[in-house]
Design a protein around this ligand. Structure first.
Ligand code: ZN
Ligand code: ZN
Length: 371
């Protein structure tokens, strides 16, 4: 089972950090490690003594999720339906801290609230030391296993199909909001649980806002339309952007389109294991800079995508030194935004490989005219 393999990898990390148990409280991390997709769940991951004697991890939920958790959580976890507060059940399961020295419980200091931390301290027997462990699971999540790659590939294919269907009826005369609603509806009809984020449809000068909200404004002829959308399917997100033309463009608009396309393709070509996120960003940025549009490309060139729409690693000017690793899934999405005039962004999602990458989003990138 994938989930248990992940828990074993995590246990090895915990042994290295000298943490005896890790309390997993963030829903997305609980799902990653146990497969449980309900809203109320907690997991305790045991570091164990040695890799060859796997300990029993623990999972807690309430009676509403008894059946669901029995189906989703693998047998490597001891399941408990807690009568009341899950934290209390977890503290009880951990038992005494022992007399010969302290025992350590890791927790996610990036998501556990101050109130929950206080409560946990109150519930734990003496002898337990709380150790901040934010990021340990997120770090594992950066490298996707085969099941995860397959799920993201499926989410991308679904999103591509939904947009293709949506554009068949043309876009001129329809509002940005109508188009966004239809796209989201089609994604759900094709099987998505939801869009992976609120869809962006931005035409003409509105395209200059990188995170534009779709307006009740009709799309006119001869402008650029940027569409940024994704599907959420089986716990995983897709993310893609295409910019289309609604008829012949003025000279600046076509030049900016070709510029962004060239920058996107060059940066994407640089994606492989061992290359830094800053380096990939630099490939796109230098092309845009040389064309005189540096100030109009204000965001990083990409980000990781997985169970969440924005994950590590980041591909930007401020990214760390850490190079990309095989199994990272990242976007490459340079854009040029000229305030009051236009915007172009082109985004693909790709799996990082040892000697290159596999692109998961497959729609055409050459300038396409829509009716
Ligand atoms: Zn996007
Ligand atoms: Zn993105």
């Amino acid at each position: 089972v994938n989930e248990l393999a992940r828990a074993s990898l995590l246990a090895a990390e915990l042994r290295a950090l000298e943490v005896d148990w890790l309390l997993v409280s963030t829903p997305v991390n609980v799902r990653y490690l146990t497969g449980y997709s309900g809203s109320n769940g907690l997991a305790l991951i045991a570091a164990g003594e040695r890799a060859d004697s796997p300990p029993k991890h623990r999972f807690f939920t309430d009676f509403r999720y008894a059946t669901q958790s029995a189906e989703q959580v693998p047998d490597g976890f001891e399941r408990e339906i807690a009568p009341a507060e899950l934290l209390e059940a977890a503290a009880r399961a951990l038992g005494s801290g022992g007399s010969e020295g302290e025992r350590t419980l890791g927790f996610d200091d990036a998501s556990l609230t101050v109130k929950q931390h206080h409560r946990l301290r109150e519930l734990l027997a003496p002898g337990w030391e709380l150790v901040p462990c934010a990021g340990v699971i997120e770090r594992l999540r950066e490298v996707k296993d085969q099941q995860e790659v397959a799920r993201i590939r499926a989410a991308c294919a679904l999103a591509d199909a939904a947009l293709t269907e949506t554009l068949e009826a043309g876009v001129v005369g329809r509002t940005e909001r109508e188009l966004a609603i239809e796209l989201e509806l089609r994604m759900r009809r094709l099987g998505a649980q939801a869009p992976s984020f609120p869809s962006i449809v931005a035409s003409g000068e509105h395209g200059a806002l990188p995170h534009a909200e779709p307006r009740d404004v009709s799309i006119t002829r001869g402008v650029l339309v940027t569409i940024d959308w994704g599907a959420y399917l089986d716990g995983y997100c897709s993310d893609c952007t295409r910019t289309y033309a609604t008829g012949p463009l003025d000279q600046e608009a076509s030049a900016v389109y070709e510029l962004v396309l060239g920058a996107q393709e060059a940066a994407l070509a640089a994606v492989r294991a061992g290359v830094g996120g800053r380096e990939v960003d630099g490939v796109a940025r230098s092309i845009i800079e040389q064309a005189g549009y540096a100030e109009h490309f204000g965001h990083g060139v990409g980000h990781g995508v997985g169970m969440e729409i924005h994950e590590a690693p980041r591909l930007s000017r401020t990214a760390g030194e850490e190079p990309l690793r095989a199994g990272n899934i990242v976007t490459v999405e340079p854009g040029v935004y000229v305030p009051g005039r236009l915007g172009v962004r082109i985004e693909d999602l790709a799996v990082v490989g040892d000697s290159g990458h596999e692109r998961l989003t497959s729609l055409e990138k050459g300038l396409t005219m829509l009716d």
